[in-house]
Design a protein around this ligand. Structure first.
Ligand code: ZN
Length: 278
């Protein structure tokens, strides 16, 4: 099943989209998609509702960030071998973890305003995982049973802020709009193998990133197991699982986003995002 949040910013309602592609309002059946509303138990209950009984929403409205009030927006860095190579660093021996401010979350098609003075804003398409039950010290074998679903994440990054201002990467990862998530939260039963999904990103129609999740250094299960050793993963946490090669930072010459550029992102089974740079 595909779950989404529909409506203008701040007024989204929880919704779902069945196999017929029709968006239906779930607000009589669940709270907004945050916390326990995105637990595996609640999503399983919602998926069993009679689709025909739900109010239909028009298909031309805004789709919001797939989740509301996200507890943690966690990320893995350098998780594709050719991406590590393009920016000239060795492959890590353990997952590289960092986080983005949750205030950067945005809808999948919202305009992105470059931060004041930004000259190095860059793109990073990533497979996102959403945690569906609390996870602490879970094994690799059990890890995927904690996943509520998958979504597209763009880990938008300001490289100057990220690398030239001391401290942690978070500075370059957290500006408003730097975390488009969605359009959908897709439950695992709709994704036959999340470790074999094509993902691609274009800027102004030109392919920049084009890879497959099979190229990850650390698998999705290994990421959850590793993170859950260091912290409790909470229901509704979003984990961005790393980006493949083709970021602007890795190109010669380097290529960063400018006002008027249009990014389009696609992951097999998870829909697409289209973001205009302002
Ligand atoms: Zn990233």
């Amino acid at each position: 099943m595909k779950f989404l949040r529909y409506g203008e910013a701040g007024q989204e309602v929880p919704a779902m989209m069945g196999p017929d592609g029709v968006i239906r309002d779930l607000s009589a059946h669940t709270g907004d998609f945050s916390g326990e509303a995105v637990s595996i138990d609640n999503l399983t209950r919602l998926a069993a509702l009679d689709l025909e009984s739900l109010p239909v929403l028009p298909d031309d409205g805004r789709i919001g960030c797939a989740l509301a009030d996200v507890p943690n927006f966690l990320c893995v860095g350098l998780n594709y071998g050719r991406h590590a190579a393009e920016i000239g660093v060795e492959q890590p021996s353990e997952p590289v973890l960092f986080s983005k401010a949750t205030s950067c979350l945005a809808g999948p098609n919202d305009d992105l305003y470059l931060p004041a003075g930004s000259t190095q804003t860059d793109w990073e398409i990533e497979l996102g995982m959403v945690i569906g039950r609390e996870a602490s010290n879970v094994s690799v074998a059990d890890a995927m049973s904690y996943v509520a679903g998958f979504c597209i994440v763009n880990d938008v990054s300001e490289r100057d802020y990220q690398m030239n201002h001391g401290g942690q990467w978070m500075k370059g990862k957290s500006a408003p709009g730097f975390g488009p998530v969605g359009p959908w939260l897709v439950t695992p039963d709709d994704i036959s193998d999340p470790q074999n999904l094509n993902l691609s990103l274009t800027v102004n129609g030109v392919v920049q990133q084009n890879s497959n999740t099979e190229d990850m250094i650390f698998s999705l299960a290994e990421i959850i197991a590793a993170m859950s050793r260091y912290m409790i993963l909470r229901v509704g946490d979003i984990i961005a699982t790393g980006t493949p090669e083709g970021v602007g930072l890795g190109q010669k010459p380097q290529r960063f986003l400018r006002s008027g550029d249009v990014m389009e992102l696609h992951i097999q089974g998870l829909g697409q995002q289209r973001v205009t740079i302002c």
